[in-house]
Design a protein around this ligand. Sequence first.
Ligand code: GCU
Length: 631
Amino acid sequence: MRLAQIFVVAVTAALLATPADARPARPADAPAYSTTVPGTVLVNADRRTGESLSGPWHYSVDPYKDGMADFHGKPLDVTHGRGSDVNVEAAMKADPDVFFEYDLARAPVGPVPSAWIAYSPELRYYNGLMWYQKSFDTALIKSGQRVFLRFAAADYKTMVYLNGHRVGEHEGGFTPFSFDVTRLLREKNNNLVVAVDSTRTPDSVPTQVTDWETYGGLIRDVTLVATPETYVDDDFIRLTTDGLIKADVALDGPAKAGQVVEVSVPALKLSLKGTTDADGHVSLSTRAPKDLKRWSPDTPTLYEVSVKAGADVLTDRIGFRTIEVKGTQIILNGEPIFLRGICLHEEEFGPNPSRRITPEASRALLSEIKTGLHGNYVRLSHYPHSEITTRMADEMGLLVWSEVPVYWAVKFDNPDTLKVAQSMMAENILRDRNRASVIIWSVANETPISDARNSFLTALAREAKALDGTRLVSAALLTGKKTVDGHIDITIDDPLIPELDVMAVNTYNGWYGNDKIADVPATVWHSSFNKPLILSEFGAETLYGVRDPVREARFTEDYQAKYYKNTLAMADRIPFLAGLSPWILKDFRSPRRQNIWQQGWNRKGVVSENGERKMAFFVLSDYYAKMAAKK
Ligand code: GCU
């Protein structure tokens, strides 16, 4: 049955794709990185010369993964199949009798970036394999220039083919990955085929059941990124708590060793110079100038920074600030700070979101937190959000909690699952460790305690520390509770806490479980750890506009508002509390939520999916406004 595929002859990709041997920039005092760090970082790729491949793409569903295995299940060489470099239309013109089973270049068209669930009604609940195809010309082929094909994110497993060659693959739905395609590109009519499989499995991260919609597909920008042959693959530039500006730079390319590197901040008349070692690495540092304006939510000062090395010049906008913990306080730029926040899923406002995050969509969401709620902090849950959002938080002045989707019952005893989680963590940190707004790396959410879980998360927490010793590490934990003298009594005692800088607990008393909302304010919290606590989640559901002022029944705005009042009253009495991020800013899609009020949405938002503010929104914004005024 597969004869047709014989007419395609392909050269194995391995010969052509340039193997990446860069290693991320590693501070001299940092422990060795695990092997899960990506080969190519391509830091600040969004600020490099390039060509966008976003826009209309062909797409073709493949529910039986027919493009991957033949009718007896024997794995197929995709470069002889859907990944081949055949223009079927031209072939048919040449030979009307030619046989073919599919032609992606004439398949339906949908926008990228976007999840495919918005492409057509029948794809609303489709999870599985999808083939994408795009033909394009490029002007980036120049001698002495390399070209990378970069995906800002694709959910979940991605396989890439260019001009009939297998380029590579990636696992993980929310972090960037790139391939050097310099030797595969041609000027005209490039044939790019991308297979994206959104299937969640028991071993994937996250696993099959989550309380959010799986937005499968090419959900973020696809670009061609050009660099000189030897280029700045990674840099890590920051202010340290001992008053130094440090810069670690890693070059990749034939001339990476013995290269002079200059990191400069013109506005501070600052220039740091050094020469790379055999690995293409250099670590630079200098005392921070007295007139440095530190970045903070109230003063989100960003400096133009450039890194020059040989023919390469890479710029960025970086804020300089320090973050640390002292006892039960979180300290920003040497001063205690209370995190006035809320949680957020990556889902734009509107009745039919497709995880299409543009600067406008991101600004709309973050403004509702900054100006609407008088917040200074956002928990980006439960996976790395777009770099558009973390850059927006830098610009607007919002502190960020960034998380990898180790969510609920991940397969903690599977070493491959750990590897996937570690590489997600590494990709996330290497993408955003120059973002001043990001202060906390979270390794997990609501995971069941076990030995396997503890060692899995300990490995992740240590990986985060190795990759970035300048930020705080945390995880959203669960606690037990008991009734003591008639009040709810909670002790925070998760065995993971010694590995964390900040404790964070999700608490839903008064919503889940049988505690009465009236009992919440008197709740007593205990912790033997001299560490700050964030209430990383609390919330109650209501559909916008559903009211019951008399009985304050559940699923009404009145109940939700009262729930907030009572929980905030409880928060006021926790002596080691350093921050709040209620669940959640906006109602969001969740296939688990199907009752009469929910209809496929989790309704714990303080605003509706269309941005309508519920009563609880004003309870929280008043509370934060008073707190901000007291400062
Ligand atoms: C959990 C979980 C969220 C979920 C929320 C809820 O705590 O972390 O992902 O949506 O509770 O039940 O609404």
